[in-house]
Design a protein around this ligand. Structure first.
Ligand code: TYM
Length: 333
């Protein structure tokens, strides 16, 4: 039986953080052993925020080094750059013909971005979900490992894939599903007491693989706390729950249990909790930090990885685009 096809991508906005790891990469590493995986760097997508050419190229390099340091094996998975596969752009064009203004404008991530960058509400932002759908269905993916924040984009991808099938009366694209091994999609909180961990959520909110131990300790120690619970088994406020959620992913279960018991018995010392959390994050990220340093300076290795990925991704994408052209009626004379 042929292996299930998996596709996922990450925007090149700099180094990866713990949210990227637990929402996406952790699944990538497991899935590359058993599935036919395509993991890419979404450099076309990042143009919606107008990076400078230097920043864009540097960030693509960093994300590549981060992917490899985290354990993506380019011999097992196809690791490539989105812009190396212009077939994706062609499929994006086709999908845009059947994507409607209303549904695109209703998308939560569009509304959020439009609010964050009111002077740059470009067409690329509006059609971000059709490009993402093209990324996924260009390889006819069945599973898409992503964090919770991408759920709506996956719903739209299914919508576009089904619409194509209906429109041309074919059973061509499968329905891709958002995926996480732990069953539920994950949302890793940031350190600022609200929302999710993310690069653009403000200074100190995210912990990056490349942060050195001093920076990690400083960020964690600055996280918002209060004077502690006053009643037994009190519900935790969101900013305290966030620290526990982070602990659940980097610390051992007995450590989480100890602090949880201390909280429930009103004897918790937040200083101790933060110290423990910081040390557990430092040990978790340590091996990646070292690997990123050695990979990022290895030009010939990076080049080899990118070339290998391009070739494998190209083969799959060109097969799809040729078949799609045929279905649509764009035929060679
Ligand atoms: P991006 O670059 O924002 O994030 C990459 C991956 O990391 C996950 N993630 C998180 N998961 C849990 N908690 C968090 N705090 C957290 N922060 C980030 C994201 O869910 C994502 O899986 N649109 C995508 C990139 C993309 C893509 C695709 C993904 C483009 N085309 C096709 C899958 C398939 C994005 O901006 O992710």
């Amino acid at each position: 039986m042929s292996k299930e096809i998996v596709v996922s991508g990450i925007r090149p906005t700099g180094d990866l953080h713990l949210g990227n790891y637990f929402g996406a990469i952790k699944n990538f590493i497991a899935m590359q052993e058993t599935h036919n995986c395509f993991f890419f760097i979404a450099d076309y997508h990042s143009l919606t925020t107008h990076p400078t050419p230097e920043n864009l190229h540097g960030n693509v390099r960093s994300v590549l080094a981060n992917y490899l340091a985290a354990g993506i094996d380019p011999e097992k998975a196809t690791l490539y750059l989105q812009s190396d596969i212009p077939e994706t752009a062609e499929l994006y064009l086709f999908l845009n013909m059947n994507a409607y203004m209303g549904e695109l404008a209703r998308c939560t991530s569009f509304k959020e971005k439009a609010r964050k960058q009111p002077n740059n509400v470009n067409a690329g932002l509006l059609t971000y979900p059709t490009l993402m759908a093209a990324d996924i269905i260009i390889h006819k993916a069945q599973k898409v490992p992503v964090g919770k924040d991408q759920e709506q984009h996956l719903e739209m991808t299914r919508q576009f894939a089904n619409r194509f099938n209906r429109m041309y009366n074919v059973d061509y694209f499968p329905e891709p599903q958002a995926f996480n091994f732990g069953a539920q999609l994950v949302k890793i909180p940031g350190l600022d007491g609200s929302g999710k961990m993310g690069k653009s959520e403000g200074e100190g909110n995210a912990i990056f693989f490349s942060d050195d131990p001093k920076v990690i300790r400083k960020k964690v120690m600055r996280a918002l706390t209060d004077s502690g619970p006053t009643e037994l088994n009190q519900t935790k406020p969101i900013y305290i729950q966030n620290l526990f959620t982070l602990m659940e992913v980097v610390s051992t279960p007995d450590v989480v249990k100890k602090f949880d018991n201390d909280y429930n018995n009103c004897v918790i010392r937040y200083g101790d909790l933060k110290k423990q959390l910081a040390e557990d994050i430092v040990s978790f990220t340590e091996p990646m930090r070292e690997k990123i340093k050695s990979i990022i300076s290895n030009d010939s290795y990076i080049k080899k990885v990118v070339e290998m990925g391009r070739e494998k991704a190209k083969e799959s994408a060109s097969k799809t685009i040729n078949e799609v052209r045929e279905i649509i009626g764009i035929k060679r004379f």
